[in-house]
Design a protein around this ligand. Structure first.
Ligand code: NIG
Ligand code: FE
Length: 406
């Protein structure tokens, strides 16, 4: 049995900076939180446990990055240069670049190479206090390559101190061998790929890119129905480049989340509220494709839809490896408040994964996954740009990362 009392810390247990405890303590037994609260109220039974002094630092739940495409081969810096010269993301996709160019690189990569390239993108997230991450497939687009991606995602979760949740995104783009036969590809996704990968235990949720350059409403619904046959929750890349009504469909299928949402309308917002679907906003993608249509933040607020913030880490629209930077961008670009963005990377992000009982909040009985921050106020988490603020990451009660010099 291992016991530790972490003390001399300021605690933000709910991810809400308006509910904090100054001079707090957390008692951890065998990786789980046995008690937390104000130091002066620490029950006697914990008084003899070994102590770790956090020198007045702030502690939040481990951060949750709930929407990433971290696993892929290569990069798309050339395409970025093309976009800088004025070609749009959609035009590049239509010319056979975009997602499909990453599909070529991902198919060609050995599994170990893919693991190494992906680990290099995961490490900076972990150094920033991320203890749970979602990773999507969707750059394989055939059974063997999707399996390879999902296996790499699972291996990352075994090799690194982070909980990995995998999402099958077979319906991300039409692979070239199915050109002109999107319905046949959807049949392949639903009848062959998903059943095999789900049976192998590689899939925690199912996602669809519902868009002019992705899949139609009818095709998306077929994928959702297939997911339901396997008892898997669904989510959707929705209203990213246009309003296609995907969100309402996702809500009808009780989706965990609808993501991007720049073109979402009020009917879609109301549908999300009714179904308890989380809005995942992705400021990195908004910024990187120089989108000008803002997601409907005020409508989401007014209807009380929980909003999560994530990196969308991917080679085409958000080559981001910093969740703190996304918090900064969500405040500056989307005019979200500090409490909103902090909950967006903790409680609400955990809920977007269907894992609110496990991540995003610190409470008695839960695994002790937390981040220790060298800041005077929590607002600094959204304020600094590019500064390494995370002094230490604790997972299941063990220190798994310490910033150099901290
Ligand atoms: O989240 N929208 C579709 N999928 C990704 C982009 C993928 C890519 O361009 O490689 C996104 O933006
Ligand atoms: Fe995405």
């Amino acid at each position: 049995m291992k016991h530790t009392v972490w003390h001399h810390l300021n605690l933000c247990a709910q991810g809400d900076p308006e509910q904090t405890i100054r001079d707090a303590a957390i008692a951890v037994r065998d990786g789980q939180i046995a008690w937390l609260g104000a130091s002066h109220a620490l029950p006697e039974e914990y008084g003899t446990w070994p102590r770790e002094d956090l020198a007045g630092a702030w502690v939040t739940p481990g951060l949750v990055d709930c929407h990433t495409h971290l696993v892929y081969g290569g990069q798309r810096a050339d395409e970025f240069a093309q976009r800088l010269a004025g070609v749009s993301y959609e035009e590049i996709a239509k010319q056979g670049g975009g997602i499909v160019s990453t599909v070529r690189a991902t198919r060609a990569a050995e599994e170990d190479t893919l693991f190494r390239q992906s680990a290099a993108r995961l490490e900076p997230l972990l150094a920033e206090g991320v203890t749970a991450v979602e990773i999507k497939s969707g750059y394989g687009l055939d059974l063997a390559s999707e399996r390879k991606m999902l296996r790499v995602a699972r291996r990352l979760g075994e090799r690194y101190p982070v909980s990995v949740y995998t999402t099958f995104l077979g319906a991300h783009a039409l692979p070239p061998e199915f050109a002109g036969r999107a319905d046949d590809y959807i049949a392949e996704v639903c009848e062959r790929m998903l059943p095999a990968l789900a049976d192998e235990g590689l899939v925690d949720a199912v996602d669809v890119f519902c868009e002019r350059i992705g899949f139609s409403l009818a095709q998306s619904e077929r994928v959702f129905e297939a997911a339901e046959r396997h008892g898997l929750p669904v989510k959707m890349h929705a209203e990213q480049l246009s309003n296609s009504g995907g969100t309402a469909l996702a809500a009808r299928h009780r989706a965990l989340s609808a993501d991007h949402l720049e073109f979402l309308d009020e009917a879609g917002v109301a549908a999300m509220k009714a179904s308890g679907t989380v809005a995942v906003l992705l400021p990195g993608a908004y910024y990187f494709i120089r989108e000008t249509q803002l997601p409907p933040i005020d409508l989401l607020r007014r209807h009380g839809v929980p909003v999560a913030i994530s990196t969308d880490s991917n080679p085409g629209t958000s080559p981001a490896t910093s969740l703190l930077l996304m918090m900064n961008m969500a405040t500056t670009l989307f005019r979200m408040t500090v409490p909103e963005v902090l909950q967006g990377v903790t409680t609400h992000a955990a809920r977007a994964l269907g894992q609110a009982a496990r991540h995003g909040t610190l409470a008695v009985g839960r695994q002790a996954d937390f981040a220790v921050w060298s800041v005077d106020t929590l607002a600094e988490l959204a304020y600094w740009i590019g500064r390494p603020l995370c002094a230490r990451v604790v997972r299941a009660g063990e220190t798994v990362h310490t910033r150099r010099g901290a």
